[in-house]
Design a protein around this ligand. Structure first.
Ligand SMILES: Nc1ncnc2c1ncn2[C@@H]1O[C@H](COP(=O)(O)OP(=O)(O)OP(=O)(O)O)[C@@H](O)[C@H]1O
Ligand SMILES: [Mg+2]
Length: 243
């Protein structure tokens, strides 16, 4: 039996008078990568942000390893954010820091590693993302694809158990998309879990064990890529052809 690492139970979230989530429930199992798809404005980013407490849900429950993590205080949220990391839709790098400093930042903040150990760890991750010569470069010197890779490296540096990928491949050329998908697959091979928000259905099918389709504030579809292809549901058919 696979272990549930994350569970969302009947999540509801409203902005002013707009209901974004009207009762979202699903589980993420250990070692699994799940694709979260839906049209622009469906509430994908808000859902990822809610998981790590960057948005406050109105009702429902979020469990991480069976422990309730919604409505925690900042101190407790900080601990959760070391285990569940969010790779921002924009790279969200610190403009005034170089690549090394950007990636090392969480290590300086959250660990007691020595400078030498931090240097080693950052070098390993830079090798993994194919940017070992970019240490000294500033974010403004990097292409969009490189910035996304550095953002992903920063999300991985604390060895989280779960990564929430918010459109990590959007706007990239095919070569950079392949690099990012490989990084995600390697993370998965090491036994970790992920939620992959994307508009790229072929990419989602490639990396994900399961696809979730968000529609009208609810999970309209939850199944394997194969189930998705075979689905006779009219909405799913239209959706799969529109992306
Ligand atoms: N802080 C906020 N205040 C008010 N409305 C918000 C806020 N954040 C998000 N929304 C609204 O919530 C809805 C869902 O937004 P969200 O960013 O989650 O969409 P998305 O599915 O990630 O879209 P995209 O694919 O374009 O990234 C949108 O209508 C958005 O305008
Ligand atoms: Mg979004």
């Amino acid at each position: 039996m696979m272990k549930k690492i994350l569970e969302l139970k009947d999540i509801k979230k409203k902005f002013q008078n707009k209901d974004v989530h009207k009762g979202i429930s699903f589980s993420l199992f250990k070692g699994e990568t799940v694709g979260l798809l839906g049209y622009s404005g469906a509430g994908k980013s808000v859902l990822l942000r809610s998981i790590i407490g960057l948005e406050e849900i109105d009702s429902g429950q979020i469990l991480y390893n069976d422990q309730k993590i919604d409505h925690l205080d900042e101190n407790e949220l900080n601990k959760i954010r070391q285990r569940i990391s969010y790779s921002f839709q924009s790279g969200a790098l610190f403009d005034s820091m170089n690549v090394f400093e950007n990636i090392a930042f969480p290590l300086f903040e959250h660990t007691i590693l020595s400078e030498h150990e931090i240097d080693l760890k950052v070098s390993q991750v830079l090798n993994l993302i194919g940017l070992k010569d970019a240490k000294e470069l500033m974010p403004s010197d990097l292409s969009g694809g490189m910035q996304k890779r550095v953002g992903l490296a920063r999300a991985m540096i604390l060895d989280p158990e779960i990564i929430l990928y918010d459109e990590p491949t959007a706007g990239l050329d095919p070569v950079n998309i392949e690099i990012i998908l490989n990084i995600m697959q390697n993370f998965k091979k090491r036994g970790f879990s992920g939620i992959f928000v994307t508009h790229d259905i072929p990419a989602a099918k490639k990396v994900c064990d399961r696809l979730l389709i968000l529609k009208d504030g609810k999970i309209h579809f939850d199944g394997s890529p194969n189930d998705f292809d075979k689905s006779q549901d009219e909405y799913i058919r239209t959706f799969s052809m529109s992306c």
